[in-house]
Ligand binder design. Sequence first.
Ligand code: COI
Length: 368
Amino acid sequence: MLFRHGCSSLWTAYLKPANCYRLFSSRGQSNEHYANIDWDNLGFDHVSTDYMYTAKCYQTGEFSQGSIDPLGGIQIFPSAGVINYGQGVFEGLKAYRKENERDILLFRPYENALRMKKGAERMCMPSPSIEQFIKAVKQVAMANRRWIPPPEKGALYIRPLLLGTGSLLGLAPAPEYTFLAYVCPVGNYFKEGSTGLNLYVEDNIHRSTLGGAGDVKTISNYAPVLKAQINAKNRGFSDVLFLDSANKSFIEEASASNIFIANGNVISTPSLKRGTILPGITRKTIIQLSRSLDYKVEERDISVEELSKAEQVFCTGTAVVVAPVRTVTYKDQRFEYRNSTVSNELHRILIGIQTGVLQDTMDWTVPI
Ligand code: COI
């Protein structure tokens, strides 16, 4: 139940958001203020929140201190590098509210900061320091605190962007850069939720090539997969599973997540060695978590034929978390997986750690 309430906490008083609500949960009365949205039906859709973070980098190569300002459009010239030549990288990470509703946890922000740094190098861009990245993420999450879903309702998805916003005409690195971050409250990425995804193996369109930038979270890796994604969705599938472009025989990843198969005590995922697969932070987490649970984990080539014999298949990603796969369709064959015990177990433990319900023995969570 939602009640309108005056905003008086330190953050909300400083930042003066428009409407604050107090949420009275089944756990008793909360002192937290919440935005007035339907917390029970969050999907993965854009929601306009209150504030964004922005920092600029001019010719010096150093980023300005950065500021939190009301969420709004950014002004760039039509000649900006990012909109002409796609010079941009992004990240995605989540902040969760702990059971007491006050404490907020970030999940592995250092990993995102590091990935942005590596991606920026590949795309010939300066990047904010690890410290600046983490500070920006903390600031933007706290400024939008009322948008962090109540416990068990979802997470605050934080989207840092690094963009070549300076003007140019010939192909070259942009002369100026903008580092910004905005947030959205999110629930399940797929409407299928835990019932299982139906994947379509795409053997014509590829997301990545040898020597390309498939292992970089660059903005230019995403629009090229839309065609395959839309084709698959139009045919009733949840998402696309891409094959390696050199051999058309090894599975690589889905359009927004990494892929795993499980057989008995062995969990396997495609190896990163070709540089064609995004090094997902949830992928890395699931590998570490599985090993700590005494699964044998292999990073190796997985042929599409192996999907016919796999006992369980699942996808992982920040947005997706851990999602069981119910079917995979390859040409005229359909493989079905009735069991999702492994992904259910990993999902439960991962969410437990992310929300502070389970002990974080790996030091993955960062309190804000
Ligand atoms: C994420 O999982 O954070 C991503 O960036 C995937 C995106 C396409 C939603």
